[in-house]
Design a protein around this ligand. Sequence first.
Ligand code: ADP
Length: 203
Amino acid sequence: MVYCVGMTGGIGCGKTTVARFFAELGAGVVDTDDISRELTAADGAAMPAIRATFGADFVDASGALVRSKMRQLIFTDPAEKAQLEAILHPLIRTQVEAALAQVRASYALLVVPLLLETRQYLPLVQRVLVVDCPEADQIARTMARSQLSKAEVQSIMCNQLTRSERVRQADDLLVNDGALETLHSAVQKLHLDYLVRASAGHH
Ligand code: ADP
């Protein structure tokens, strides 16, 4: 199995940005959010079960999940959220393992927003990389990028570990509190370190 770095961080911390930097440098990036989106895109593998469980109202004309409607439902109802997760999580897991098996790069970067909360992907990774940033940046960046309100962003943050707990569990830390160029050089350094670790086969 390929050497694998697990990456996590709170919403809006910069995980997607960091993953793109690593991919440009040649790492084999596998992103559970991307996989989840594919599973719920038009005719995605999760759509038959979603239609059967939640009804045709949650499926648009193209066969894709109506995300805004589902987001609303699961924000207010933990049982519905659990049902959605019961459909998605096993499918995501299977896709992650298939994607990692296909990585031909020197090492893989597995992006899992709730890596340290659910802990189910920890056995697949040799190292944990945490992207951290101040909460004010998290809220501002997430609101600027999505249709979410401040309350919705804060509610997502409530379901995630606190910054200090996440940072405590990190083997490597990227602090994204400045310019993107600063972040990029920090990623370059880590990339070289991961190449060495992967080729030496140590952790
Ligand atoms: P995540 O994947 O962790 O939710 P993203 O990488 O999507 O976070 O970043 C959230 C938003 O903030 C994106 O629009 C991204 O372009 C922007 N962003 C991330 N880091 C910085 C930074 N250092 N400076 C300015 N904008 C940033």
